[in-house]
Write a protein that binds this ligand. Structure first.
Ligand SMILES: Cc1cc2nc3c(=O)[nH]c(=O)nc-3n(C[C@H](O)[C@H](O)[C@H](O)COP(=O)(O)OP(=O)(O)OC[C@H]3O[C@@H](n4cnc5c(N)ncnc54)[C@H](O)[C@@H]3O)c2cc1C
Length: 447
């Protein structure tokens, strides 16, 4: 049986980072990855004509310093998300184009929306990021969903609708699925609500030339002899101060194991002895969000000629938010539409042709009839991926942070936990995954 200092499970950005850090420290390690590729929730799909789309993560923005550093180290260029021109809103059967960040709504609704955003920013400042359960009034905020809080905050329906659209785009979940304490934690973890929503000075500010997988692929290339693809880990046994990791056709031992998976997937591994009750219960309570990305690829980004920036929102249909995802040189026009939360759960049940017709209907409503005739249409569901089961990340429903949150990062014997869900900074993002990989490597080196 092969023996290692550390076995790392999962070659997303978290597992890759942990592997690199431990190799730097001279440790004997192996990284086991279920899929036939590295990158996990980041997957750039390339086409024969040279174009590409990010099926998973795509954007990087200010304060995501670790991801920027990695991109720089591996000579991956970033470029601004296109946002020149007017945004589009289809609401109450009316199509409106507008400049800047403020949607064309009645003044009462705008004030109500603005107050709600200010309020969530203020509340989020009170969160103890390292121990959210120690936040003042943690039990109170953990006893209500984000939806309950929204209903109390916003008397105007259109303010609520706009806030809901933003929340769905931020969490890929319905606000009734998320604890208010989690929403506050996540908001602070990513700076503030404005950062989460915005393109300029926000989480959607830039993309990667060549796609968001490129830094991961280039990093993995530097230690490829330490990575085993197509190696699904099924069972982890702790015995005699050693850990035995079993999968289909392999059995390896190590002093330590890092599980760098979303908690719900970590919970599907068979442990012996079984996990402590609170760890097991936690992994039963952290569902993944639900999201589809839909893409229509055109000869040119024709909406730009009409002065539109490709940023749109609507509360009708399945696709509710769109972005211009054309390449830096605009050699193609690529429109990306998100289907999020409950819309995504309904979209899951449509036939491929129905999904295509519905997404193109929405694009045509925003950008005219030309949008109905793309060179290519594709869509992608993360809930159907065996080794992800939903996106963007694992979410905390009511009660989970305050009753079980401690079990999220706490090692169990010689098993340590990583992955973006364990990060207190940029939780849910690539940046959080990288930081979790660095944190877990230090945890192991110090133990
Ligand atoms: C549609 C979408 C849009 C997103 N947009 C953005 C964005 O714009 N910017 C951003 O920063 N983030 C975004 N994210 C989130 C980002 O992708 C994740 O936060 C990040 O990639 C998580 O990395 P990770 O290493 O923690 O986990 P993962 O990437 O999930 O890595 C876990 C790895 O473990 C493997 N695995 C699973 N089970 C097993 C097993 N039993 N044995 C062995 N291996 C296993 C998986 O195949 C995977 O490779 C988005 C995600 C999605 C899906």
């Amino acid at each position: 049986m092969q023996t290692y200092d550390t076995i790392i499970v999962g070659a997303g950005y978290a597992g890759l980072t942990a592997t690199r850090e431990l190799l730097k420290a001279g440790k004997k390690v192996i990284l086991l990855e279920a899929r036939d590729r590295v990158g996990g929730r980041v997957h750039t799909q390339h086409f024969e004509d040279g174009s590409y789309v990010d099926l998973g993560a795509a954007w990087v923005g200010p304060t995501q310093d670790k991801l920027y550093a990695l991109a720089k180290e591996f000579a991956v260029e970033t470029f601004p998300t296109y946002d020149t021109g007017k945004s589009t809103l289809f609401y109450n059967n009316k199509l409106k184009h507008y400049k800047g960040l403020i949607p064309p709504l009645p003044i009462g609704s705008l004030l109500s929306l603005d107050m709600a955003i200010k309020r969530i920013n203020k509340l989020s400042k009170t969160v103890d990021l390292k121990s959210p359960w120690n936040t003042p009034d943690a039990a109170y905020y953990d006893s209500m969903t984000l939806a309950t809080w929204m209903n109390r905050q916003m008397p105007f329906n259109s303010a609520k609708v706009m806030f809901k659209l933003a929340a769905e785009a931020i969490w890929a979940a319905d606000p009734n699925e998320i604890s208010m304490l989690h929403a506050m934690f996540y908001t602070k973890s990513c700076r503030d609500f404005d950062t989460l929503m915005n393109v300029k000075n926000g989480a959607q500010e830039e993309r990667f030339v060549g796609g968001a997988s490129l830094p991961a692929l280039r990093l993995a290339e530097t230690f490829k002899e330490h990575i085993r693809l197509k190696s699904v880990v099924r069972a982890i046994t702790q015995q005699d101060n050693q850990v035995i990791v079993k999968g289909d056709g392999f059995e390896l031992t190590a002093s330590k194991v890092i599980v760098a998976l979303p908690p719900t997937l970590a919970g599907r591994i068979e442990y012996a002895p079984i996990m402590p009750a609170n760890r097991d219960q936690l992994t039963q309570r952290m569902p993944m969000g639900t999201v589809w990305k839909t893409y229509a690829i055109y000869d040119t980004p024709f909406w730009r000629e009409a002065g539109l920036n490709g940023l749109s929102a609507t509360n009708e249909g399945y696709v509710t938010v769109t972005f211009d995802n054309s390449p830096k040189d605009a050699s193609k026009g690529i429109m990306m539409g998100f289907v999020l939360g409950n819309q995504a759960k309904a979209f899951n049940q449509l036939a491929p042709e129905e999904r295509k017709a519905s997404a193109l209907d929405t694009f045509a409503r925003f950008y005219g009839e030309k949008a109905r005739k793309p060179l290519k249409y594709l869509d992608h569901s993360w809930a159907e991926e065996e080794f992800t089961r939903g996106c963007y990340a694992g979410l905390m429903p009511t009660g989970a942070w305050t009753s079980l949150g401690k079990a999220l990062r706490e090692p169990v014997g010689n098993i340590h936990w990583a992955g973006t869900e364990t990060s207190d900074i940029w939780n849910g993002y690539i940046e959080g995954a990288i930081r979790s990989g660095e944190r877990v490597a230090q945890e192991i080196l110090k133990s």
